[in-house]
Design a protein around this ligand. Structure first.
Ligand code: PLP
Length: 430
């Protein structure tokens, strides 16, 4: 039973899918994540922490374009430098000076950065890091933990591996977060052949004591390159990313998302000696030095250098966490919902209940959130535009929604209250 509130979105999907497989360029923005009929599927505008769907409904946006926005949509200062750059040119036939200026700021902010190369997507950066690591070590095996993008070397190790040759997948081995034994097994099974260990230094759970420093030690001892994938944690957890927060310095780091507040820019950075491989390793793209994104990054990083952006993000995230936990407690929902992770990137963890599965409950939660004007998927990706007032608005919507969930579960009515089929399990990498 489709909700008329999303009439235009729902109708437009069939047009979009006639030309665009899945109707979206990004898996996590597609109907695979947003149940058709109860969700907005297409947006027309975003400003600050708000977004408007094509039916004209307004939302407080907690997705923040998959955490790629930290300063809110259309940040005024960032837009101003981008407009200025637009008048000078969006791209040149030779590199511009902006590449150097942005690289200089990254080197200033990120502890592991001595040398910098730019790409467009996080996947460019992680794939470049792996190629450099293989070139530098002359080895083949890669140990992975977390999500690292769409390229063969990583996605081949997941259940979404269609189209990736087995020969490629076989070179990537997964290990478990906070489980050093699982990583050690990879070193033991492939003596002298582990080129790189790549992980998100943190996602949904905090690293246990010594986890990251032990990985650092194991890599150094075994001659493997340690890569921190800070596509999300960079410019969210600390000015210098998770490596600064946990004081563990990798050999290479990948950055993306928040680097240019939603403009397409990523970077692979690291020790000069290892990055030096780049003179021979082929990592090259026509749009690598595209200037609007670099201008945006230059302003974003200036703000990170001069203002307490991390403090603002953390305060917003902490308040949202506190108020959400109060609502969970009030409604006695501890058994079905918990929050975990860093305040600036909090995960909502749903668990099965005797009256409904975790996916039933998550779908119902999304259905009700969208109706109340909150756009949320599986995490709270706060920005500096999520002010106290906005966070309180979210909490007041959660108060209604969580109490509805508690009542529906108690009376075994949650499944019947779903207006569409619940979400189905998708591939899980975190
Ligand atoms: C940790 C991490 N690494 C890599 C990527 C890939 O980035 P992109 O989607 O920009 O290619 C993502 C994207 O979500 C990510 O979260």
């Amino acid at each position: 039973m489709s909700n008329p509130r999303y009439k235009l979105s729902t109708n437009f999907l069939s047009h979009a899918e006639a030309l665009i497989p899945l109707g979206s360029q990004t898996f996590s923005k597609s109907r695979t994540q947003y149940p058709v009929g109860i969700s907005p599927l297409f947006m027309q505008k975003a400003k600050g922490c708000h977004t408007w769907d094509i039916d004209g409904n307004k939302y407080i946006d907690l997705v923040s374009s998959l955490a790629s926005v930290t300063l809110g949509y259309q940040n005024r200062a960032v837009n101003a430098v981008v407009r200025k750059q637009l008048r000078r040119g969006t791209i040149f036939s030779l590199p511009g000076k902006l590449e150097y200026e942005v690289a200089e700021k990254i080197v200033d902010l990120v502890p592991s950065a001595e040398s910098v190369r730019f790409g467009k997507n996080g996947s460019d950066a992680t794939s470049a890091a792996i190629r450099i690591a293989r070139a530098f070590t002359g080895r083949k095996i890669v140990a992975v933990c977390g999500y690292h993008g769409w390229q063969d070397w990583f996605i081949g190790s997941t259940s979404r591996n269609k189209g990736v040759p087995e020969e490629v997948s076989d070179l990537t081995k997964t290990f478990t977060f906070n489980d050093l034994v699982s990583l050690n097994q990879i070193f033991v099974s492939h003596p002298g052949n582990v080129a790189a260990v790549i992980l998100e230094p943190m996602n949904s759970t905090w690293p246990i004591e010594n986890f990251l420093s032990e990985i650092r030690r194991m890599c150094s001892e075994n001659g493997a390159i340690l890569v921190f994938d800070e596509t999300i944690t960079g410019f969210r957890f600390a000015k210098g990313g998770a490596q600064e927060l946990f004081n563990v310095i990798p050999d290479l780091t990948t950055l993306g998302k928040g680097l240019a507040n939603g403009f397409p820019l990523s970077a692979v950075v690291g020790k000069r000696e290892i990055m030096g491989e780049m003179s021979e390793v082929f990592f090259s793209g026509t749009f690598g030095g595209e200037l609007l994104s670099l201008a945006a990054a230059n302003e974003v990083l200036r703000m990170y250098q001069q203002e307490d952006i991390i403090g603002q993000l953390t305060a917003a995230g902490e308040l949202l966490n506190e108020l959400t936990n109060e609502e969970i407690a009030k409604n006695n929902l501890h058994d079905v919902l918990s929050l975990s992770g860093h305040p600036t990137w909090k995960f909502l963890n749903w668990r099965d209940h005797e009256a409904a599965t975790s996916l039933d409950i998550k779908t119902y939660f999304m259905q009700e959130c969208f109706e109340e004007g909150i756009l949320v998927l599986g995490t709270h990706n706060v920005t500096t535009m999520h002010t106290k007032k906005i966070v309180k608005e979210i909490a007041s919507a959660y108060s209604k929604i969580l109490s509805r969930i508690a009542i529906k579960l108690k009376h075994n009515q949650l499944r019947d209250s779903l207006k569409v089929e619940p979400l189905v399990p998708l591939f899980k990498v975190r």
